[in-house]
Design a protein around this ligand. Sequence first.
Ligand code: PMP
Length: 352
Amino acid sequence: MRIAKSVQALTPYTPGEQPKSRSVIKLNTNENPYAPSPLVGKVLASFDLDRLRRYPDPVFAELRKKIAERDGAAPDCVFVGNGSDEVLTLAARAFVDDGEAIGSFDPSYSLYKTLAAIRNVPFVPSPLAEDFTWTEPVVQGGEHPVALFLLTNPNAPTSVRYPCSRVEAFARTFPGVVLVDEAYADFADDTCMPLAAAPDNRNVVVMRTLSKSFSLAGLRLGYCVGPADLVDALYKVKDSYNVDALAQAVALAALSDLPWMKSNAAKVCKTRDATAAALRARGWDVPPSQANFLFARPAHRPAAEIFAELRKRDIFVRYFPGPRTGDRLRISVGTDADMAALLDALADLDRI
Ligand code: PMP
């Protein structure tokens, strides 16, 4: 058996734990605590089995049209993937040559570094400011120019959003592709989507997912909007049928019910802000979140210890060891009852 050296050396991405037990309060993978639109249920209940006999539309024409309507872009400027993780993989394939590099802020979505390793190109981190606000991106890694900058906005795991004016100014001078990963934008006050849809846009691709705000993480549907030539390049390097027929039909239904998504997102934001206030009242440091999670530094005990203690009590949050992240917990926003249970458990821990 022969395994490529780059794969032998690879540290794979570790997804958040998916517990078997339903009684766990699951605040570790930024899923939505509310159900998807009832239109999704209708599509699933009435889905014509015969459609599974045939291959799906390889270019998801209907879905692209729907997305184009939502985001004010031409259908030619829309690409769809099997989750936005697939869009990221394809971007690393399409926009980066051997000898070039992939960059992102640090800390950010930890998959990015793994994607660079899989693509066998250097990863160039740009350290964020102490409070996780914007710093000028590093665009050269030694001999290797950054060809693709992955810019999560709002950022994960920090929850902080950068102003679109900074993104726009950076993209104007950057020769490579800026992929703005807006996985959490439906929980934020603003979006960079207008940059992607602008007629003079040369290098900004804005990516969305149905996993978070549309409550469809199990479906695997993500998309991006960008200049037609960049989008064409993604089509060139994708698998023939990368989005299955069921996912296309369900996504179409979910995107036809924006009020449902927006109402759930508003509930999540309300719970988020109340939880942030409660944690701050306990002395925790909680940056202003524009996402469906908080990146909180405990006041009295190490984050790793609280993570382990919560886990014993069947409350799962996320802990990322490391110099910039190891003193904090990333806590997804659940229902009000979930967050009350979390705060009760924290009060309990303080008594031990
Ligand atoms: N981008 C960011 C910043 C994320 O946190 C996630 C979820 N882990 C994704 C992309 C991937 O989302 P999905 O593949 O479910 O669309």
